[in-house]
Structure formats: structure tokens, C-alpha cells
Design a protein around this ligand. Structure first.
Ligand SMILES: [Zn+2]
Length: 174
């Protein structure tokens, strides 16, 4: 294959598909990492897979309409219509670009567990080109059909994160 400039950025320039070659979560090729989950072709087997695929969905929302639906589906909430949640989510996504993900710690969350918690760092850049790192501990559980879902962000206290973005990658905005 002839190298094209787009490849170095992680995206295939010549492809008719909007699918990136490299997964935003850093876990390898998108098509064998978070892609199938976001496309609804398979369910996350572990809490870490779900967390990574949600991060990737946040990173890719602008180019993949399925990404927003995936974020809504993997974080069920009552009291708000899907349309209202979709609108709020898109508005929050517009403000931040997600640059990279690092998983720091994982407690439980295996295929046999009912719950799991993950601590991660996600680098972001905002519209004014300011950059920072979000450090968060997220809690995951099982949905109605036994699938992994995102439950909530747990407090980390005063972590080493240098700057907090207006929205967390794992949190649906109010
Ligand atoms: Zn991935």
C-alpha cells in the first residue's frame, strides 16, 4: 500500500468509509478494537472494553453518527427523552477534542463480574486550543440484558490532573 498523509494521522484518506484506521483508544486497529462495539455488531465483553469504546465514541462522534447513539445506549438514563439527551451530548462534544487515553487501574469488570471500576487519564483540547488531562474513576455495571453499561463517575479527590475539562468523556452532560 502506498503511504498517504492521512495514515500518519490515523485516518485513511482514500477510503470511502469514515472509519479511522487506528482506534482512538490506542488499542490497535479500529476495525478489531472499538469499531464493532460502536457499530452495534458486538457487545463489550469487559468493563474496560466498554470504557475504551465509549472514549472512542467521544473521540469520533463528529464523523460517525453511530457514536452518539452508542454513548446514549451504554449509559441509560431515565427522566429525559433520547432526543433531549442526544442534543445535550452533541453540544458538549462540540467543545472538546479527545487526544489520547491511558488506563491506569482496573478493578473487577471481567466477563464474570457484575461491576467494575476503571481509573483513566484522557488528554483533551478545547476550542481555544488549550490542552489538559482529565483523570477519572468510572463505575460500570450490567444493563437489563446483561450488557456492560456506564454507571457513574466516582470522586477521585484532588488528583494530579492539571486541568478539568467542562465535560468528562464518560459523563452524559446535564
Ligand atoms: Zn479501541
Amino acid at each position: 500500500m502506498t503511504p498517504v498523509p492521512g495514515v500518519s494521522l490515523g485516518f485513511r484518506r482514500q477510503s470511502s468509509s469514515p472509519e479511522p484506521a487506528a482506534c482512538p483508544c490506542g488499542g490497535g486497529a479500529y476495525g478489531s478494537c472499538c469499531g464493532p462495539s460502536i457499530a452495534g455488531q458486538q457487545l463489550a465483553v469487559t468493563a474496560e472494553q466498554l470504557m475504551r469504546s465509549r472514549y472512542s465514541a467521544f473521540a469520533l462522534w463528529a464523523r460517525d453518527p453511530e457514536a452518539i447513539e452508542y454513548l446514549l445506549r451504554t449509559h441509560p438514563e431515565t427522566g429525559q427523552t433520547a432526543a433531549a439527551r442526544r442534543k445535550a451530548l452533541k453540544e458538549s462534544c462540540r467543545n472538546l477534542q479527545w487526544l489520547s487515553l491511558k488506563v491506569l487501574d482496573c478493578q473487577n469488570g471481567s466477563p464474570l463480574d457484575q461491576y467494575g471500576t476503571l481509573t483513566f487519564e484522557a488528554r483533551w483540547r478545547d476550542r481555544d486550543r488549550r490542552e489538559g488531562v482529565l483523570r477519572e474513576c468510572s463505575r460500570f455495571g450490567r444493563g437489563e440484558s446483561g450488557e456492560w453499561i456506564y454507571l457513574e463517575a466516582l470522586s477521585l479527590g484532588d488528583g494530579p490532573a492539571d486541568r478539568k475539562p467542562p465535560q468528562s468523556p464518560a459523563t452524559t452532560p446535564p
